[in-house]
Write a protein that binds this ligand. Sequence first.
Ligand SMILES: [Zn+2]
Length: 369
Amino acid sequence: MVTKETIRTAPKVLLHDHLDGGLRPATVIELAQETGYAGLPTEDPVELGKWFRSGADRGSLELYLEGFTHTVGVMQTPDAIARVASECAQDLAADGIVYAEVRYAPELSTQGGLSLDEVMQSWLDGLEAGARAAAAAGNPIVIRAIVTAMRQFARSVEIAELSVRFRDEGTVGFDIAGPEDGFPPSRHLDAFQLIHRANFHITIHAGEAFGLPSIWEALQWCGTERLGHGVRIVDDITVKPDGEVEIGRLAQFVRDNRVPLEMCPTSNVDTGAVESIEKHPIDLLRRLRYRVTVNTDNRLMSGVSLSDEFDTLARTFGIGLDEMQWLSTNAMKSSFLAFDERLRLINGVIKPGYERLKAEAQAQSPTLV
Ligand SMILES: [Zn+2]
């Protein structure tokens, strides 16, 4: 089986990772002290890490979202936002990620008086500084931002405009997130139409806490290009006892159109969208050749890195380097980066990276090949 170290060094691509869900526990504590934020449950980094983890793993999206009060609470100054973004880029690069899209809802960082533009500027400056530091440490990464609007609030048009305004500074798309049940994506049609008219990109959190109608609206009303999670698409797929698979019209549409699924296995178990990793449909969907990608969602709350997620898939479903390469290439193809830059990363970084690792594995255990 592929080792954890091989997984870490393999070139990986991350499309679904929340900036406010990936802070280092020690940084949360330091920023709380610097910015005068009171209310952390503990000031010990190890304990705080555990607190986030145990708070998240309670089988409900609403409970899962509680921990964000604290991470967002310390992200209210330009320096704090830039530091969090810079550390995010460095942590992802150190995990072997060569391309990442990191998302955040800037409206969450305006409690201390910052404007949306100031939040964006600090976030993008931080990503750039982090990518520079990562390259200097020998871990080059290309990193871009997806601007999220909260689905329970009413600022999505303004946020969509913001995402387009910063497209030459590092944003690549627009997303909506937050509680899914009761807040269908079609509430934000104006925002999605604005994005379409600007020839910009859309991904929508759908099919996580709520089922097929949410996926259908995201695709057919809002015109999303990718599905955040999309895990419940499996409700439209029936595997009969004899192994024959029946695929409904919506699931067929998703497969035929190669709609990328931003799947986040551990997070889906934490929020109760899926009962266990063993029962996660990611392997079925992969075998049915859906455009599956593997993601972290919230590294702090779910206590994972992208390498951990691949390691879990290797141990649970036996995926190896071939499957990892396929999943990583899927993600790169599905990114919102310009086509020529995508090709450059696929042919110049991902393909040679896996070829080298596969040759190494073959040299080490020739009898197994
Ligand atoms: Zn998410």
